[in-house]
Ligand binder design. Structure first.
Ligand code: SF4
Length: 484
């Protein structure tokens, strides 16, 4: 599908028997954040036990593998790769023997100076086992001049640029951390009433609504620049950098990635999308018989558009949830059936009707074009499209996999008329960037990254300008337009 892909989801738990089973449940909930590889590392306080593999968590982890994961502490990871190839060697959590003992790491994000650090460490004779940017974290923890684990982790994290939400586990400690700008989300919850001793249970998750699946309650978010350290003695917190930079949370988490049931960056995803739909209706009104959401991602914004405009919501496209990826992989000919197999039109809501199609975002526009073609087979009188985010014009370097610069629809076709003609609709309307947050919203634009819309990258892109990858990366992301 023509959607940006989240790199990862992470889930961890401290202080409960059969901890790996809880992480398994949490990762199942977070599966939408990555399906290429997955894994869990657990400990009973003596050894680290690890199972990582390719595919979805329910496909990879059977009873035998879960039984191997002993202990009352565990961290887990689901991955869609943006840095490093999607092979088993890059599956997480990654583990390593360091000067602070055995360490396991689960990472969501993209460390933009990873190649610089990696090249420096390789020159010093260090050996890397994967191409994942996350492996530099383990090396830095080991290289840290501080003897204490927590100080060593802090030293390591302070050297990183870009985005990271991390779970770092040793035999006796679990550390949760968010990068100083807070690009990626991470929340803390608890099971039961006591915390800080072995009878209490602390959980961490990329999305807080995963806590409901293990009957945990959200305590709070891990804040940008914060480390939360959980040991048998209790919970302590620390700051990665002494002076915290400006917060830049990823607005695309609210627009598309996170589940509507989640609350992240102190914002309800459902309410945010509902309000975006209302704003879209006010900014780009058009007469129609039905609002038709592109399921599932356009659903909540479509409800908002319908509430604001008074035009009834019609589920004119039904999504089939049972189309496996492997089935559509054998050939391009079969792959072309993908949209038809995934979205089933409801003729009663389309034939002879004027419809407004609502989607959360449009990246390359290829799927939107196929959906409109599919709908046109049922002879609507008009098809309009409204998009609940601004045009995507720039690639992301902070852990989200967009298409290359030259593939982005809004770069290939500059006017709204050109974009509408490409997709095959009468009119198209996007949300303006300045409407992502307005003064009545609980959150403010000043705390968010919107670089894929406005090109204002908030953190350095050192990996892409100072080492041998420069030309390759520039060509990959910017093509000829920014090739110099
Ligand atoms: S560039 Fe876009 S997708 Fe990437 S972190 Fe910023 S808002 Fe999120």
């Amino acid at each position: 599908m023509d959607k940006p892909k989240e790199e990862c989801g992470i889930f961890g738990i401290y202080g409960i028997s059969e901890a790996a089973n809880y992480v398994y449940l949490g990762l199942n909930f977070l599966q939408h954040r990555g399906q290429e590889s997955c894994g869990i590392v657990s400990t009973e306080g003596i050894s680290l036990y690890k199972q990582v593999g390719v595919g979805k968590i329910s496909e990879f982890l059977d009873d035998e593998k879960l039984n191997y994961l002993k202990g009352y502490r565990a961290i887990g990871h689901v991955r869609y790769s943006t840095t490093g190839s999607p092979t088993l060697v890059n599956a997480q959590p990654i583990t390593g023997s360091t000067s602070k003992g055995a360490v396991a790491i689960a990472h969501n994000g993209n460390i933009t100076n990873a190649n610089l650090i990696r090249n420096e460490l390789i020159k010093q004779g260090k050996v890397f086992h994967s191409t994942s940017d996350s492996e530099v974290v383990i090396h830095l923890i080991s290289e840290s001049p501080c003897e204490d684990l927590v100080e060593g982790v802090k030293w390591a994290l302070s050297r990183l640029e870009g985005s990271f939400a991390l779970l770092i586990m040793t035999k006796d400690t679990l550390i949760a951390a968010r990068d100083p700008m807070g690009f990626r989300p991470l929340s803390m919850g608890k099971v039961g009433d006591t915390i800080g001793d072995i009878g209490g249970t602390i959980a961490f998750s990329s999305e807080d609504s995963a806590f409901s699946i293990i009957e945990a309650k959200k305590l709070r978010e891990v804040e940008p620049n914060e480390m939360i350290i959980v040991t048998e003695s209790g919970i302590t917190t620390d700051q990665i950098l002494p002076i915290k930079p400006k917060t830049n949370q990823c607005v695309f988490e609210l627009i598309y990635f996170a589940k509507p049931s989640s609350n992240l960056f102190h914002t309800s995803v459902y309410e945010y999308r509902l309000e975006i739909g209302r704003k879209l209706a006010r900014a780009h009104p058009v007469d129609a018989d039905y609002i038709v959401p592109v399921p599932d991602s356009g659903m909540v914004s479509a409800i908002g558009y319908s509430m604001e405009s008074g035009i009834p919501l019609g589920l004119g496209l039904i999504r089939s949830h049972f189309i496996g990826r492997t089935f559509i992989e054998p050939s391009q000919k079969i792959r072309d059936f993908g949209v038809k197999m995934k979205f089933i039109p409801v003729p009663e809501l389309i034939t002879g009707k004027r419809i407004i199609l609502i989607d959360d975002s449009v990246v390359r526009g290829t799927t939107s074009k196929k959906i409109v073609k599919l709908i046109r087979n049922y002879l609507p009188t008009e098809v309009h499209m409204r998009v609940a985010s601004p045009p995507v014009r720039f690639p992301c370097f902070y852990g989200i996999d967009f298409s290359t610069y030259e593939e982005l629809l809004a770069n290939k076709h500059h006017t709204m008329n050109e974009i509408a003609a490409f997709i095959g609709v009468e009119t198209i309307g996007y949300l303006d960037t300045d409407l992502l947050f307005t003064e009545n919203d609980s959150a403010s634009m000043g705390d968010f990254c919107a670089a894929c819309f406005d090109g204002k990258y908030p953190s350095p892109l050192n990996q892409f300008s100072k080492d041998g990858f420069e030309q390759e990366i520039k060509q990959k992301y910017f093509g000829n337009r920014r090739g110099s």
